[in-house]
Design a protein around this ligand. Structure first.
Ligand SMILES: [Zn+2]
Length: 190
């Protein structure tokens, strides 16, 4: 029984790394200086211990602007005094595994959901065709699992039926926080 309980804690906390704040890199960098506590996790994502220490930062490429002059962007890390493992916390404007932010991804996906072709969407946002195609295939593959979790969390989505209706509703009602909620539910988001 105790093994099962430990597993449940781990599953529940392991992906909890996106905080529900800071939609721009500028806000993130400002918060690192002015309100660093907003990044501190309540508990260790590995063992559940309740008091983590600041453990420096790691650098991420996150600024896709023409100059990219905000790179490298610091991401705060924390260490657990109990199990000694570390974790990091991302603002909403930085994706765990993609260089492009959610704001742009959502705009691209909204066009595709509304019926634009991959080529058209890529041209509008000056992105590579294969990048847009990858995002689109990802959303279609993740649809069933993600929409199940989002619908159980956001009652407003319950009335939406089908891929198009659900994701247009997610884009307009949940916005960027959708991925943070999925991360909190233990799902791997890109
Ligand atoms: Zn720990």
């Amino acid at each position: 029984m105790s093994t099962k309980r430990r597993t449940n804690i781990k599953n529940k906390l392991a992906m909890h790394r996106i905080i529900f704040a800071f939609l721009t890199l500028e806000q993130h960098l400002h918060a690192l200086v002015t309100t660093p506590r907003s990044y501190r996790p309540d508990r260790c994502p590995h063992c559940g211990f309740g008091c983590l220490w600041g453990y420096g930062f790691y650098d991420r490429k996150a600024d896709r602007g023409a100059d990219g002059d905000l790179n490298p962007v610091a991401v705060p890390r924390f260490q657990c005094p109990s199990c000694r493992r570390t974790c990091s916390r991302l603002p909403l404007c930085i994706c765990p595994r993609r260089w492009y932010g959610w704001a742009l991804q959502q705009q691209v996906l909204q066009r595709l959901i509304a019926g634009a072709s991959l080529r058209r969407a890529a041209a509008i946002f000056a992105l590579g065709y294969h990048t847009v195609q990858r995002w689109w295939r990802w959303l279609q593959a993740a649809h069933e699992n993600f929409s199940f979790h989002l619908r159980s969390r956001f009652a407003l989505l319950g009335r939406s039926v089908g891929f198009t209706a659900i994701w247009l509703a997610v884009c307009s009602k949940c916005r960027y926080a959708a991925m943070a909620w999925l991360d909190r539910d233990g799902l791997a988001v890109p």
